[in-house]
Design a protein around this ligand. Structure first.
Ligand code: DGY
Length: 318
């Protein structure tokens, strides 16, 4: 008999086929947000769980999975899973690193340029039939080329963002608890500084750090006060790294010039006031959303799941 696995959401057919060869699949009933109760009920006789970043896989859920061998998250971030508890129960936890690096870096730049050059605002204006002719002062934005970029978290995605900055002839500084070797810093054209200095000197601040107890509200009122008035903040990492209420205040008071967000503190809820501000561009967590990359993520998660249920050490252990 094949081992049983639980999939909290539908996946691409290619990934389903892969899993079907090795396991008997059960899905959660609603593809939107399966309730914790449903996951707990269905996980009881499963050896593997494949979940998305929207599923909270806490101690209670994991404890219900008496036969569980592996939890395969279809995301690089895994703050939705109580990894420590899973490990204490001898359960593998896996993620999907690498496959979404370039795609997420691309979106970071899409967002940065959109805010700097006011692209969504100008699009709304044009569609509303308000474009009556060229004007010298129409939608003046911020220059990007040659400016100072500050990267918070120089992991895979942070580095891919830094590589792209070279094309914009930008000066790049970064913060990260683990410094890059000097040789790599030179190649990438980056310099490590303290968080406060990064905030003080950057024209663009972009966040690429994981959400941990240490990075929760890393950017809050004190940090906004350090930033330049013309600065733009980009967050494509995890919402709670930024104190969303403090961000609203900074944007309202024009303490900073603008922001671009792909993630939110209480996702999918968004601070009401953000929706009414013109100096912020809001996206629905699509950092890795190219067709190619999302398929790779699903296939990677499927492979990790299969390896785990077969008792092999999965490729992408966290
Ligand atoms: C991840 O994989 O953690 C991303 O947030 C999904 O795009």
């Amino acid at each position: 008999m094949k081992p049983k696995v639980l999939l909290t959401h539908q996946l691409f057919p290619e990934a389903i086929e892969l899993i079907k060869k090795e396991a008997e699949i059960e899905f959660c009933s609603s593809d939107h947000s399966p309730s914790k109760k449903e996951i707990i009920q269905k996980i009881k006789d499963k050896q593997g769980l494949l979940c998305l970043l929207v599923d909270t896989i806490d101690q209670e859920v994991i404890a219900a999975g008496q036969q569980l061998k592996v939890i395969a998250n279809c995301a690089v971030g895994y703050n939705n899973i109580d990894v420590e508890y899973a490990h204490s129960r001898g359960i593998y936890v896996t993620n999907t690193p690498g496959v979404l690096t370039e795609t997420t870096a691309d979106l970071t730049w899409a967002l940065l340029l959109a805010v700097a050059r006011r692209v969504p605002e100008a699009d709304r204006f044009t569609r509303a039939g308000r474009f009556t002719g060229w004007r010298l002062d129409l939608f003046l934005g911020q220059e990007v080329t040659g400016k100072q970029l500050g990267i918070i978290g120089l992991g895979r995605i942070g580095r891919a963002v830094a590589e792209r900055a070279q094309g914009f002839k930008m000066k790049v500084i970064y913060t990260d608890p683990r410094p890059l070797p000097e040789e790599e810093e030179r190649k990438l054209g980056v310099k490590r500084v303290s968080l406060d200095d990064l905030l003080k000197y950057s024209d663009f601040v972009t966040i690429h750090t994981a959400l941990t107890p240490q990075t929760y509200h890393l950017i809050s009122a004190r940090e906004f006060a350090l930033m330049k008035k013309e600065a733009i903040l980009i967050n494509v990492a995890r919402g709670p790294v930024v104190d969303e209420k403090a961000l609203v205040e900074a944007l309202e008071k024009k303490q900073i010039w603008g922001a671009g967000l792909d993630v939110y503190e209480r996702e999918p809820l968004i601070e009401e006031k953000l929706l009414r501000l013109d100096n912020v561009v809001l996206l629905p967590h699509i950092g890795s959303a190219s067709r190619e990359t999302r398929l790779k993520m699903a296939l990677t998660a499927a492979k990790n799941l299969i390896q785990g249920i077969q008792g092999k050490k999965p490729d992408n252990l966290v």
